[in-house]
Design a protein around this ligand. Structure first.
Ligand code: ZN
Ligand code: ZN
Length: 121
Protein backbone atom coordinates (compact mmCIF):
# COMPACT_ATOMS: atom_id res chain seq x y z
CA UNK A 1 0.00 0.00 0.00
CA UNK A 2 1.43 3.34 -0.96
CA UNK A 3 1.11 6.08 1.54
CA UNK A 4 -1.06 8.89 0.33
CA UNK A 5 -1.39 12.17 2.05
CA UNK A 6 -5.14 12.13 2.24
CA UNK A 7 -5.48 15.62 3.61
CA UNK A 8 -3.01 17.44 1.42
CA UNK A 9 -4.63 20.50 -0.08
CA UNK A 10 -4.96 20.89 -3.82
CA UNK A 11 -2.76 23.42 -5.51
CA UNK A 12 -4.29 25.48 -8.28
CA UNK A 13 -2.44 23.44 -10.93
CA UNK A 14 -3.89 20.24 -9.56
CA UNK A 15 -7.36 21.74 -9.38
CA UNK A 16 -7.14 22.67 -13.06
CA UNK A 17 -5.71 19.27 -13.97
CA UNK A 18 -8.49 17.41 -12.16
CA UNK A 19 -11.19 19.46 -13.81
CA UNK A 20 -14.44 17.59 -13.51
CA UNK A 21 -13.01 14.36 -12.12
CA UNK A 22 -13.95 13.25 -8.65
CA UNK A 23 -11.45 14.49 -6.07
CA UNK A 24 -9.26 11.63 -4.80
CA UNK A 25 -8.37 13.22 -1.50
CA UNK A 26 -9.77 15.69 0.99
CA UNK A 27 -12.05 15.24 3.93
CA UNK A 28 -14.00 12.08 3.38
CA UNK A 29 -17.74 12.30 3.87
CA UNK A 30 -18.98 8.79 4.70
CA UNK A 31 -22.56 9.88 4.14
CA UNK A 32 -22.15 10.43 0.42
CA UNK A 33 -18.79 8.65 0.12
CA UNK A 34 -17.17 11.67 -1.45
CA UNK A 35 -13.96 13.49 -0.73
CA UNK A 36 -14.49 17.14 0.00
CA UNK A 37 -11.55 18.89 -1.61
CA UNK A 38 -9.42 21.40 0.29
CA UNK A 39 -7.71 24.17 -1.59
CA UNK A 40 -4.32 25.77 -1.14
CA UNK A 41 -5.76 28.99 -2.48
CA UNK A 42 -8.70 29.09 -0.11
CA UNK A 43 -8.20 32.19 2.00
CA UNK A 44 -10.09 32.77 5.25
CA UNK A 45 -11.76 35.77 3.58
CA UNK A 46 -12.98 33.69 0.67
CA UNK A 47 -14.15 30.93 2.98
CA UNK A 48 -16.07 33.39 5.15
CA UNK A 49 -17.68 34.96 2.07
CA UNK A 50 -18.69 31.62 0.60
CA UNK A 51 -20.00 30.27 3.90
CA UNK A 52 -22.10 33.39 4.29
CA UNK A 53 -23.60 32.89 0.82
CA UNK A 54 -24.40 29.29 1.76
CA UNK A 55 -26.04 30.42 5.00
CA UNK A 56 -28.09 32.95 3.06
CA UNK A 57 -29.31 30.18 0.80
CA UNK A 58 -27.35 31.50 -2.20
CA UNK A 59 -25.71 28.22 -3.08
CA UNK A 60 -25.37 28.94 -6.75
CA UNK A 61 -23.56 32.20 -6.03
CA UNK A 62 -21.35 30.39 -3.55
CA UNK A 63 -20.42 27.89 -6.24
CA UNK A 64 -19.67 30.61 -8.78
CA UNK A 65 -17.52 32.38 -6.21
CA UNK A 66 -15.48 29.23 -5.59
CA UNK A 67 -15.13 28.50 -9.28
CA UNK A 68 -13.86 31.95 -10.12
CA UNK A 69 -11.49 32.20 -7.14
CA UNK A 70 -10.10 28.67 -7.21
CA UNK A 71 -10.46 27.67 -10.87
CA UNK A 72 -12.32 24.55 -9.80
CA UNK A 73 -15.03 22.74 -11.74
CA UNK A 74 -18.76 23.02 -11.10
CA UNK A 75 -18.61 19.50 -9.71
CA UNK A 76 -16.01 20.41 -7.08
CA UNK A 77 -17.65 23.65 -6.09
CA UNK A 78 -20.91 21.77 -5.67
CA UNK A 79 -19.32 19.19 -3.37
CA UNK A 80 -17.76 21.96 -1.34
CA UNK A 81 -20.92 24.04 -1.10
CA UNK A 82 -23.15 21.07 -0.26
CA UNK A 83 -20.89 20.32 2.70
CA UNK A 84 -19.96 23.89 3.62
CA UNK A 85 -16.38 22.69 3.25
CA UNK A 86 -16.66 19.81 5.67
CA UNK A 87 -18.86 16.87 6.48
CA UNK A 88 -21.81 17.63 8.74
CA UNK A 89 -20.77 17.84 12.43
CA UNK A 90 -21.53 14.24 13.18
CA UNK A 91 -19.57 13.05 10.19
CA UNK A 92 -17.31 11.33 10.42
CA UNK A 93 -17.74 9.82 13.83
CA UNK A 94 -14.77 8.27 15.63
CA UNK A 95 -13.12 5.29 13.97
CA UNK A 96 -14.73 1.89 14.39
CA UNK A 97 -12.89 -0.11 17.09
CA UNK A 98 -12.90 -3.13 14.78
CA UNK A 99 -12.19 -1.96 11.27
CA UNK A 100 -11.25 1.70 12.03
CA UNK A 101 -13.46 3.12 9.32
CA UNK A 102 -15.37 6.19 10.45
CA UNK A 103 -18.59 5.49 12.27
CA UNK A 104 -21.79 7.13 11.27
CA UNK A 105 -22.01 9.31 14.36
CA UNK A 106 -20.08 9.77 17.58
CA UNK A 107 -22.80 7.84 19.38
CA UNK A 108 -22.92 4.90 17.01
CA UNK A 109 -22.71 1.46 18.54
CA UNK A 110 -22.91 -0.29 15.24
CA UNK A 111 -20.55 -0.21 12.29
CA UNK A 112 -22.01 -0.07 8.82
CA UNK A 113 -18.73 -1.17 7.27
CA UNK A 114 -17.93 -4.35 9.18
CA UNK A 115 -21.37 -4.91 10.77
CA UNK A 116 -19.91 -5.12 14.24
CA UNK A 117 -21.98 -4.13 17.20
CA UNK A 118 -20.80 -3.30 20.72
CA UNK A 119 -22.08 -1.81 23.90
CA UNK A 120 -19.27 0.10 25.47
CA UNK A 121 -16.11 1.36 23.93
ZN1 ZN B 1 -21.60 14.23 2.28
ZN1 ZN C 1 -16.19 -1.45 11.58
Amino acid sequence: MTEKNQNKKYSKDEVIKFGDNTPDRGIFCPKCETNIPEFEDMTPELETRVLKLIRDGKRLMAMVELQSALACSTHWSKIWVLHSGKPSPDYPGPPCPYCSKPLKTSLAKYCLHCQNYWRNK
